[in-house]
Design a binder for this molecule. Structure first.
Ligand code: URP
Ligand code: ZN
Ligand code: ZN
Length: 452
């Protein structure tokens, strides 16, 4: 057995000083004191928090956009994840237009199997909705895929409102959940064209072409579709105060709206696009970074319990050679940024350490919330006897500085370059196996598929 001694066990309900024993990949016991036997290994967690392993509910690993492939695959992305304290991620298997959901799922299993340092599950991104695809939905549930995604923007990915409504109605009898990329794609196309017509081709034009109204209008529409279908909806990567207002309004009308935001929308703002030269391309993601007032509004919503999960939307592209594809035209810059390794450290340092967010709420947003929303609870997301031994021992006093030079993510920059961290994972267990210590991988590739 492995015995974690003297730590503060964290749950959204509170802190408990207790020991915890791991056996055969599960949590075998939790007690005030567990006496180690002579064959047991002891992990001292004195002065540390012990969390259920963090879950990142939004990643894009080994994703081919048709023009280029994300810099992180499952080998590098999941290694980076465990180094930061994340023990499970939910990646987006993405249907190619004209192809089946089952093909996409098989392809994503091939990308992940045998290569993953952390556990993984898949959302299915539906990009082509028709009767044949609709008929595949029961099979998705049989395969352990219970969450889906649809895009309201990107010509190659988006579905229309009628299709969205039908997807929601189709998922309803199964209790599935639909996450939606909320941006009005037609407006984005028009505003991008307007920027180019005005001679604006640099990364600074990116946020201008995707203002908060474009997000808020799509959130509003999605919420009404949820109301019509009598189905909960899940807004992914919420970035703006205007979008938040739409969620509040829909909730006040009785619509169940789950909201995810990301560390970049809680810590970085649109001034990044004013960086010299092409530097702003590092922050070209959709939705874009917003104003300082938006950042503040989202932080307050997180602190007030209005947000259900904090995920990364990790979608890494190298600055050299990949982001540079859009050197002469901002619309050709691959959208997305890295964050999988640094999410717990960035949120802990910027919100828990500063007193804005309780440690228990931090646990809810990074572990229990995504586990419950995505059908993994109580197998994951909680420290309980019988649950998987995915555990992050957190040293709240450890300090480091985030830098691309030392990161595990396979990408040549980080949006958090120079960010001084207080609080990082001392030891990370995946299924009872030590996967990382103080930001360094142990090399154990033990992640398994989470069939939900
Ligand atoms: O810019 C982003 N977020 N790229 C990843 C795909 C998505 O929209 O989630
Ligand atoms: Zn998206
Ligand atoms: Zn995404």
């Amino acid at each position: 057995m492995i015995i974690i001694q003297n730590g503060q066990l964290v749950s959204p309900q509170g802190l408990t000083k207790a020991d915890l024993a791991i056996e055969d990949g599960r949590i075998a016991a939790i007690a005030e004191h567990i006496e180690p036997g002579e064959n047991d290994t002891v992990q001292d967690a004195e002065g540390c928090y012990v969390f259920p392993g963090f879950i990142d509910g939004h990643t894009h690993l080994d994703m081919d956009s048709g023009v280029t492939v994300t810099a992180d695959d499952f080998t590098t992305g999941t290694r980076a994840a465990v180094c930061g304290g994340t023990t499970t991620l939910v990646d987006f298997a993405t249907q190619d237009k004209g192809d089946t959901l089952m093909h996409a799922l098989e392809a994503w299993h091939k990308k992940a199997q045998g290569k993953s340092s952390c556990n993984y599950a898949f959302h299915m991104a539906i990009t082509d909705w028709n009767e044949a695809v609709k008929a595949e939905i029961p099979q998705m549930f049989e395969q352990g895929v219970t969450s889906f995604k649809a895009y309201m923007a990107y010509d190659a990915l988006k579905v229309n409102d009628a299709e969205l409504l039908d997807i929601l109605k189709t998922l309803k009898p199964y209790g599935g959940i639909l996450g939606v990329h909320c941006e009005n794609g037609l407006l984005v196309n028009a505003l991008q064209a307007e920027q180019k017509a005005q001679g604006h081709f640099s990364p600074a034009a990116h946020p201008v072409s995707r203002p908060p109204e474009v997000e808020a209008e799509a959130i509003n529409r999605l919420c009404y579709l949820g109301k019509l279908a009598d189905m909960p909806v899940h807004v992914v990567h919420l970035s703006s105060a205007l979008g938040l207002a739409e969620i509040r309004n829909a909730r006040a009308q009785g619509v169940t709206v789950y909201a995810e935001t990301c560390p970049q929308y809680l810590t970085l703002d649109e001034t990044r696009y004013k960086a010299p030269g092409f530097e702003g391309a590092k922050y070209v993601m959709s939705p874009p970074l917003r104003s300082a007032a938006d950042v503040q509004a989202l932080r307050e919503a997180v602190a007030a319990g209005e947000i259900d999960t904090i995920a990364t939307d990790h979608c890494s592209y190298n600055f050299k050679g990949q982001k540079e594809l859009g050197l002469c035209d901002f619309t050709k810059i691959p959208n997305g940024g890295p964050g999988l390794e640094h999410r717990p450290m960035v949120v802990y340092t910027s919100m828990v350490q500063t007193g804005e967010l309780n440690i228990t709420e931090f646990c809810r947003l990074l572990a229990e919330g995504p586990a419950k929303l995505f059908g993994m609870y109580p197998q994951k997301g909680v420290l309980a006897v019988g649950s998987d031994a995915d555990i992050t021992i957190w040293d709240p006093k450890a300090k480091t500085v985030i830098t691309a030079a030392r990161q595990q993510q396979n990408v040549d920059y980080t949006p958090y370059e120079g960010f001084a961290v207080t609080g990082m994972p001392k030891a990370v267990f995946v299924g009872g196996v030590l996967a990382a210590e103080y930001g360094q991988p142990t090399g154990k590739v033990v992640g398994t598929y989470v069939k939900r």
